[in-house]
Design a protein around this ligand. Structure first.
Ligand code: ADP
Ligand code: MG
Length: 237
């Protein structure tokens, strides 16, 4: 992202954002509520249009519409706080839907990939159930499998464990940790500090729509530079 600016009416939510996410890195985005973390994620796959600046994914600038945008969205997997699974489709169907429609892959290939992914997130035995029959942690793992089914180049996670009961947080973080270890490029908005320290290559701290600090997790947590970051850490640690 280079020089990205974004307003909602009079509200300046992203102020001149420069952010580079090298292939294979895991970037943890931290910051107080309302600082623009979700908006930043959403601009990366153009769920939100930007006012000015440029965003490139894998060296290609974001197209504004049409087929090129659909293809780019397929390269960017996104997992939200609310799992957003299709309630009237089975777990397996949820994972198969996008690759069938967007990637136009063959039936057998899609089927095999989807089952492998459910295996990978530890849900293979639930494939024929419906979302409501699964726990929140299981549903979120399905949502991760569904995003991975598109074979994305980067995965965005926006507070993926915030809506979960505490005992389910780790099963989702474990899946994310193994993804990170496998070399997936990830942008993760989370307040899970253990995960941030363990899996993060960098911490990007936002406040009021600006990137205030961009450093390695250890430095951020042990020696934050800005008053905003010190204040934030004082509240959550
Ligand atoms: P965060 O994820 O860090 O909590 P957000 O990116 O959700 O922050 O929001 C940043 C600011 O933009 C907040 O003040 C929020 O109220 C505002 N905002 C977010 N989405 C919209 C929208 N669709 N319309 C108007 N204001 C919005
Ligand atoms: Mg948010």
């Amino acid at each position: 992202m280079r020089g990205v600016q974004k307003h909602f009416g009079d509200l300046h939510v992203l102020k001149d954002i420069d952010l580079e996410v090298p292939t294979g890195q895991v970037i943890i985005v931290l910051g107080p509520s309302g600082s623009g973390k979700s908006t930043l994620c959403r601009t990366i796959n153009r769920l939100e249009p930007i006012d000015t600046g440029t965003i490139e994914v894998d060296g290609k600038e974001l197209p504004s519409e049409g087929k090129a945008l659909a293809a780019l969205r397929a390269d960017v997997g996104m997992v939200f706080q609310s799992f957003n699974l299709f309630a009237h489709k089975t777990i397996l169907e949820n994972v198969k839907l996008a690759p069938t429609k967007v990637r136009k892959l063959g039936k057998a290939e899609v089927d095999k990939t989807a089952k492998d992914l459910l295996e990978r997130v530890g849900i293979a035995n639930q494939a024929d159930k419906y979302p409501a029959q699964l726990s929140g942690g299981q549903q979120q793992r399905v949502a991760i499998a569904r995003a991975l089914a598109m074979n994305p180049k980067v995965m965005l996670f926006d507070e993926p464990t915030s809506a979960l009961d505490p005992e389910m947080v780790n099963e989702v973080l474990d899946v994310m940790t193994s993804l990170a270890k496998e070399g997936m490029t990830m942008v993760v908005v989370t307040h899970e500090m253990g995960f941030a320290r363990k899996a993060g290559d960098r911490v990007v701290f936002m406040a009021d729509g600006q990137i205030v600090e961009d450093t390695d997790p250890e430095s951020f947590f042990t020696a934050p530079k800005s008053d905003r970051a010190k204040d934030f850490l004082g509240k959550i640690l």
